[in-house]
Write a protein that binds this ligand. Structure first.
Ligand SMILES: *Cc1c(COP(=O)(O)O)cnc(C)c1O
Length: 327
């Protein structure tokens, strides 16, 4: 028997699935006629942008908040994410009637700030960068007894994201290959753990932007590293993996068959392909997987599934992209 790396019990996936059912709906898996024709393979899309928060991060957030003890729930939660994680934590907290404090720096755009406020979060503006906001988040957690909800390196978060893997097995039991956007690795760790446990032959590809491939470079070095990052269209894939990474580094190492880096050009092609052929607005992180497949036509096994991870893209960004035609 081939036993895959098990950092926590596999049954946590099914427990998470049951726990989050009241808040998180199953997402559709759709056949992509356009990509299937172009590649001459069976290509499916797992539509995680259809959640009310616009990304899969609602799964991990729901599992984490619903796993807290009664007394911790009463005290509330805090996070320092400006992106999809922050939005999802705020949304779930509001659904559960919990206090949620989001710590942000004064650099965060008004639009993002207002979205968090609309979700009922208490927003604390501190310092000039994310590190200041993070430090304040830890301080606040101590002072007010709040639970810090980490974006990826947490077993409950990973199990929440892993529920995508359970749905994939039910929706496409013949799946041979899954393409997953990769940043901190919570998404890939969750899906990889469940799929590799069911069938180690299912191929897992992680896709990162050339400009922000911290997990990719860390795996190459054999340990978590810190890197300077550049702006990328796939902004949800920015951020480090944590020097003291506990779960997602070893899990990504164990389950990912290949890591791929994609250019800004490919990310853009992916976003535009989704817009043009599927009439769906998706963000750069989600476009990265589509862009990779458009690049690497022959190399994938099929049926192949691309995880369309989110849609947090604004119309200015889209209008900047569409000035050039789709390849
Ligand atoms: C967070 C995020 C990812 C990456 O997930 P990790 O668990 O950090 O690897 C991919 N796509 C979107 C839209 C995200 O918000």
């Amino acid at each position: 028997m081939n036993i895959v790396y098990q950092p926590f019990a596999l049954k946590e996936m099914w427990k998470a699935q049951k726990r989050i059912r009241s808040i998180v709906e199953e997402t559709p898996l759709v056949y992509s006629d356009a990509l299937s024709r172009r590649l001459n393979k069976q290509v499916y899309l797992k539509l995680e942008q259809t959640h009310p928060t616009g990304s899969f991060k609602i799964r991990g957030a729901a599992n984490k908040l619903l796993s807290l003890s009664e007394s911790d729930r009463k005290k509330g939660v805090t996070t320092f994410s400006t992106g999809n994680h922050g939005i999802s934590v705020a949304y779930v907290a509001e659904q559960l009637g919990m206090t949620c404090v989001v710590c942000l720096s004064d650099r965060v755009p008004k639009e993002k700030l207002n979205r968090l406020k609309r979700l009922g979060a208490r927003v604390e503006i501190v310092g000039q960068n994310q590190d200041d906001a993070e430090a304040y988040c830890y301080q606040l957690a101590k002072e007010e007894g709040l639970t810090i909800v980490k974006p990826f390196d947490d077993a409950d978060i990973i199990a929440g994201q892993g529920t995508i893997g359970l749905e994939i097995m039910q929706q496409c039991p013949d799946v041979q290959h899954v393409i997953i956007p990769l940043s901190g690795g919570g998404l890939l760790s969750g899906i990889g753990y469940i799929l590799k446990s069911i069938d180690p032959n299912i191929k897992i590809t992680g896709v990162s932007p050339q400009r922000s491939a911290v997990m990719y470079e860390s795996l190459k070095k054999g340990q978590p590293i810190e890197m300077k990052e550049e702006h990328t269209l796939a902004d949800s894939l920015l951020g480090g993996i944590g020097i003291d990474n506990r779960y997602t580094f070893p899990m990504t190492k164990a389950y990912m068959d290949q890591g791929r880096k994609v250019s800004e050009r490919s990310i853009r092609d992916g976003v535009l392909f989704m817009l043009e052929y599927h009439k769906m607005a998706v963000e750069g992180a989600a476009g990265a997987g589509v862009g990779l497949l458009l690049e690497e036509k022959e190399k994938c096994d099929d049926p192949v599934i691309i995880v369309i991870s989110g849609n947090n893209i604004d119309h200015e960004t889209i209008s900047e992209l569409v000035v050039e035609p789709v390849r």
